[in-house]
Design a protein around this ligand. Structure first.
Ligand SMILES: Nc1ncnc2c1ncn2[C@@H]1O[C@H](COP(=O)(O)OP(=O)(O)OP(=O)(O)O)[C@@H](O)[C@H]1O
Length: 514
């Protein structure tokens, strides 16, 4: 789309260097006034039709009272407006959701389109370099549509021919500030069209209380928090592997404990086994009674536990081979979720090379072959560099919590994730504001989603242990019906250790002291 500037471009064209004898003058054809008027009128009519077509409610709202005022006088128009307002208020108070869906958000979208986006479109596009001002004409991307919901504006844009998505992702910050938002996320709607998401408020600014333990046993996506748009955050764990990266204190524990919490009924039903590797001894040890024998902290035990998981995986692969290509959790073949807190302790900072190789090989085997047979890995780490975690690309789903450097965002979420709005390096280090906040990038979607995990406190974990430790321990053990000897049990040491690892210390206390 381009817009002609009013004024006298033609005069600029005739200017030449002062001492030139030859002066070029463009041929100017005088347009009759009538033709100009007809063109402007037809444009006006087309614009009005378009306005009514695109914004029927916003146009009808002032038009109908206006017509009634003209035909029957102002008292009737006033009564009508009063009745409509009353009906609207009653509707909003009785069923706010439907009122907002059908009327509220549309009116807001109309208002914001006119007042925010249309008004600032030209200067923001030109200054950010997404539009061009060439020979007196503005070539601007087209503002197609504005939609609003509870937390954000979604602006559909038609790019200029020849523009690339990267041109826009590179200028996300210009767009955010230009339109008065704290962020701008760019996603592709279809060829040539983009959707820019501008958050208006932050529903994740306050910590969320732990999600209640589900009533039914489910291995399906586990609800562990909330997404930025207000939907629950449901993390898929069966049929995938999840990598969680975040600086110290970023809230990785919430994701691990939130997942365990959501799986407790399924663990009790024998459909899920959580195998916990806790080399730091500070996170999962707090509820180790939930894991029974399937807990390891010492690197040698961790290697053994991982190799045990590989053995389960291979035994299942042998059995399933030629019969089934995917896994359905049963009590005989439950879903095995291997949780690893601070995996770098085992893969990078491990001084025993033999152990390091065994652990890396076992993790690589599980992450490449485990998901089809019902063995999943969820690993947390602080430093996502390749030399620390060289198998990070084997995790289909990734979560980036607060990170120290901007380059780390793409290391975790994949190339271009930060440009698409995953500003994990901008997450606040203040726990109340930023702990548990992160960006999720799923295998099935390239667009990162901003989320916050609910906070599973020490008291919540204590309650989980008190309610479920015995029940989970009593649940059937993997493969007992088919291969009782195929799973090495992780030593009696784990069983005889105190239930909550560090006497009565809290996880926070341990961290502060340590
Ligand atoms: N989801 C959350 N919401 C609000 N606050 C949280 C959340 N998760 C954690 N916190 C706060 O942040 C602190 C650090 O959390 P956590 O121990 O989970 O971080 P971490 O990433 O595991 O750190 P480290 O790598 O050092 O173990 C907690 O003590 C708690 O106060």
């Amino acid at each position: 789309m381009f817009r002609k500037l009013p004024g006298d471009e033609a005069r600029n064209l005739v200017s030449t260097t002062p001492d030139t004898a030859v002066v070029f003058r463009p041929a100017v054809v005088r347009t009759p006034a009538l033709v100009t008027i007809v063109i402007w009128l037809s444009r006006l009519v087309a614009g009005l039709v378009r306005l009514v077509w695109r914004h029927p409610i916003a146009v009808t709202s002032p038009a109908v009272p206006g017509v009634i005022w003209t035909l029957y006088g102002w008292p009737l128009a006033l009564v009508l407006v009063g009745l409509v307002l009353l009906a609207g208020l009653s509707w909003a108070s009785l069923n706010r959701a439907s009122f907002l869906r059908i009327i509220g958000w549309r009116l807001l979208a109309f208002w914001r389109r006119v007042w925010i986006y249309r008004r600032h479109w030209q200067p923001v596009m030109i200054v950010s370099g997404l539009g061009r001002h060439l020979r007196g004409r503005d070539y601007l991307p087209r503002l197609v549509r504005v939609e609003c919901d509870g937390w954000a504006d979604r602006v559909t844009v038609r790019m200029l021919n020849g523009q690339a998505v990267k041109d826009w992702t590179d200028r996300a910050e210009h767009l955010a500030h230009g339109f008065g938002s704290r962020a701008c996320r760019v996603s592709v709607a279809r060829a040539g069209r983009l959707v820019l998401t501008f958050p208006r408020c932050d529903p994740l600014a306050v910590p969320l209380p732990a999600v209640p333990i589900p009533d039914v046993a489910s291995v399906g996506p586990v609800e562990i928090g909330a997404c930025e748009d207000g939907r629950p955050l449901r993390l898929k764990v069966h049929g995938t592997h999840v990598l969680i990266a975040g600086a110290t204190g970023a809230g990785k524990g919430s994701y691990l404990w939130g997942t365990i919490r959501g799986l407790l009924p399924a663990m009790h039903a024998g459909l899920v086994e959580v195998w916990a590797l806790d080399p730091k001894r500070m996170e999962l040890s707090f509820g180790r009674a939930l894991f029974g024998d399937r807990y390891a902290a010492d690197p040698a035990d961790c290697a053994e536990l991982l190799e045990a998981a590989v053995a389960v995986m291979q035994e299942r692969a042998d059995r399933f081979g030629g019969l089934q290509r995917s896994h359905t959790p049963t009590t005989a073949d439950p879903f095995v979720l291997v949780l690893v807190d601070e995996v770098a302790f085992l893969t990078a900072y491990q001084s025993d090379k033999g152990l390091k190789l065994r652990i890396t090989a076992a993790l690589a085997t599980l992450t490449t072959q485990g998901r089809a047979v019902g063995v999943g890995v969820m690993a947390a780490l602080q430093d996502p560099r390749k030399e620390v975690m060289n198998i990070r690309n084997l995790f289909p789903d990734k979560i980036a919590l607060r990170l120290d450097e901007s380059e780390q965002v793409d290391m975790v979420l994949g190339d271009g994730a930060r440009d698409r709005g995953a500003l994990a390096d901008h997450i606040s280090p203040v726990p109340a504001l930023g702990a548990g906040v992160g960006y999720v990038r799923l295998e099935t979607s390239p667009d990162p989603v901003r989320v916050r995990a609910a906070y599973v406190s020490d008291d919540d974990i204590r309650a989980m242990v008190a309610e479920y430790a015995q029940l989970v321990d009593a649940a059937p053990v993997t493969g007992c019906t088919t291969a009782p000897d195929s799973i090495p049990v992780m030593g009696s040491r784990a069983r005889s250790a105190p239930v909550l690892g560090v006497a009565s210390a809290t996880r926070e206390g341990v961290r502060a002291n340590g």
